[in-house]
Design a protein around this ligand. Sequence first.
Ligand code: MG
Length: 286
Amino acid sequence: MKLATFDVGGTVRVGLVSEDETTIQLIAATDMLDVITRWDALSGSLAAGGEGVPLSSVKLLAPIPHPRRNIICVGKNYRDHAKEFAQSGFEAGAVAGAEIDTHPAVFSKPASTVVGPDAVVETHPGVTDAIDYEVELALVIGRGGRGIKAADAFKHIFGYTIVNDVTARDIQKNHKQWFLGKSLDTFCPMGPWITTADAVDAENLDVKTWVNGELRQDANTRDLIFTIPSLIETISAGMTLEPGDIIATGTPSGVGIGFKPPRFLKAGDVVKLSISGIGELTNRFV
Ligand code: MG
């Protein structure tokens, strides 16, 4: 099932998107977190179907527009991207021959960065001139927990969405720690909705990015260095994951700094991301 948060007439609601993605059926819930926490009771009634309104008549928002906590992100989780990043000159402290990490790089973006489908992304002139895109499969935690073992990890995932881990490469490099360069306002487009975990094989999804119609990233989640179960085991080892937490699993090669010279985003650019089984997420940079 595909579950979306949307604005209709100034009111934020949650709905079930039809299989053919033409209509959306209102769900009696306060927000997506309410849906996630009451899913076992809600899902049965939704499966029975109901009246929907045209999807084109509502404005989709990020599926979780205001996450309660930071977006948890994984860096350098595809081999070719780890190499392009190290070779780009934009990785502070890069060591030749040590591009592939032995432990996943985990960082975060503040919840305040989240914007939805078709929202504009600011280019922040005067603050950065090195903005890059990163398509990523994002996990949405359903059942929280600490010390989750890899074998049990999928039981804790409610569903999946798409995140663009927009990054100011100059800030990322200059400040050593990645947080600031990842955290400018509007730097986390998310959507178009959450596809529930039962509907996809998360370890075999095509992940793509187009910039102004040109294909830049084209990979598959089967190539993740640190797998989804291992990420959940690692992250939850000493930190309790909560329902609604979002974990972005890393981006493949083909980002702007992978080109020589780098191809950074500028005002007017349109970035479209797609992940098979989930959908598309398009944002214009202004
Ligand atoms: Mg990233």
